[in-house]
Write a protein that binds this ligand. Structure first.
Ligand code: ADP
Length: 422
């Protein structure tokens, strides 16, 4: 009687199921199916290779112990596995993302076609070569040398001019590693088109809006009392549109800027201005306190820092009911200095906190509009802080209040009016 054999569809089905799981995991992890498929596909290739090697080794070691029947079964399974292996290699080879399998010394064991195009690897010469040496001089080599702990974003592709990559290194198998590189040039180009479009539209709208606003200012409501409420509303709205256009233009400028002018920003004067502006906006409805103990100036763009720091203070005034208090602080911390604004206002539910710095994201649209908001303030704050290598932290509890803190590192601090410090 012939022993029962595994149905021929079982292995491909299991491999396909694993690929689907990989796709789902890739999607959940970073929104990319290809990453998960690539990881699982390469894992399967290695797994199958190991399986074949084990079985072959057993046969070689004791060829006489193997009966003709076992030999036939082994050969059938080997052929099936070899065919699945070929399919998987072809699939992994055709992935749009570059995949490089590295051994424990970071020497190249295998790579796909995309790795040739994007990383400039060549067959057969680069098999067995050190990836770091092979990519010497590129941003990727430095990243590998430093341990590649975090994924590398927006790196120049060593194999293709004008292409940018997101690269990650995943531990795999027995101290092996898998390098994945995803070409983001197309996304970058789309992002550039979006930025140009917003900047151009804003620029084009600026002049007509200025003209409309100018004419509205010329019209005296006392001359046409029946239209006075309409005129008032038109003025408010044209001013709001003007502010949105100005904020969009500021954002476009900040987005295309990679560094800021390193100028001294005298903090005593800036904090006094921020407090004065907050008081003017509050018109006596809030208690506004300034606590400045840091005794440090900042290094950066005076205009942009003024815009960011006063934005946080004006938000505190706008989102705190009359009678509340607002505290503006500038204080030292062990690794730098922190500017913060604490209010006793409406507060923000935790579910909104992560999205607050997105353009036009508002917790309550009506409250934002009523208080003259454009929905772009915190976006501008985030960009200004990024340009100064500073971080924004938001803590808030509904009904209790909020604290917005900007953390500046030592490299951005100067002794007031004196010598530099770091
Ligand atoms: P806006 O012009 O609408 O104020 P921002 O980008 O400055 O736009 O702020 C985004 C949203 O964050 C606001 O609409 C508001 O809902 C919320 N927010 C900002 N600051 C505070 C604050 N201090 N207290 C409560 N909510 C705030």
């Amino acid at each position: 009687m012939t022993p029962p054999t595994t149905p021929s569809w079982k292995l491909p089905a299991a491999l396909a199921a694993a690929l689907c799981t990989g796709a789902a995991l890739g999607w959940l992890a970073d929104g990319r199916l290809a990453t998960g498929i690539a990881v699982v596909a390469v894992a399967e290739v290695v797994l199958l290779l190991t399986r074949i090697r084990h079985q072959a080794r057993a046969m070689m070691a004791a060829p006489t112990a193997v009966s003709p029947l076992q030999h036939d079964r082994f050969m059938t399974r080997s052929r099936r596995i070899a065919s699945s292996l070929r399919d998987l290699r072809n699939a992994a080879g055709q992935l749009p993302d570059a995949v490089v399998l590295l051994d424990r010394q970071q020497q190249i064991r295998w790579f796909n076609h995309a790795a040739e195009n994007l990383l400039g690897l060549r067959r057969p010469d680069d098999r067995g070569a050190s990836l770091q040496q092979r990519l010497a001089g590129s941003e990727l080599a430095g990243w590998l040398r430093d341990g590649a702990r975090e994924p590398l974003t927006d790196a120049a592709a060593p194999g293709r001019v004008d292409s940018q990559l997101n690269v990650s290194l995943l531990p795999f198998g027995d101290h092996e590693q898998l390098l994945l590189a995803h070409d983001i040039s197309h996304l970058n180009r789309l992002e550039q088109v979006r930025r140009d479009f917003v900047a151009n539209v804003s620029h084009e709208l600026r002049t007509p809006l200025t003209v409309i606003h100018g004419y509205l200012e010329l019209l005296d409501p006392e001359d046409v009392p029946e239209l006075a409420p309409v005129l008032g509303e038109m003025r408010t709205q044209s001013k709001r549109m003007g502010q949105i256009v100005e904020d969009l233009l500021t954002l476009s400028r900040l987005e295309t800027q990679h560094e800021v002018a390193d100028e001294r920003v005298p903090m005593a004067a800036l904090l006094a201005t921020v407090r004065k502006e907050a008081e003017a906006l509050s018109q006596g409805r809030h208690r506004i306190v300034l606590e400045s103990t840091a005794e440090a100036d900042l290094l950066g763009s005076p205009k942009d820092l003024h815009s960011a720091l006063s934005n946080l203070a004006s938000n505190a005034v706008r989102y705190t009911p009359a009678g509340g208090s607002i505290t503006i602080r500038w204080q030292r911390v062990p690794d730098g200095a922190v500017y913060s604004v604490t209010d006793t206002g409406f507060g923000i539910p935790a579910s909104h906190l992560a999205r607050l710095t997105e353009r036009f994201y508002r917790v309550s649209s009506s409250r934002s509009r009523e208080s003259g908001g454009t929905g772009l303030g915190l976006s501008i704050v985030k960009h200004v802080l990024n340009l100064h290598q500073a971080q924004l932290k938001i803590e808030s509890a509904p009904g209790v209040g909020s604290t917005f803190s900007c953390h500046f590192g030592p490299a951005r601090l100067l002794a007031p009016g004196g010598s530099d410090e770091s």
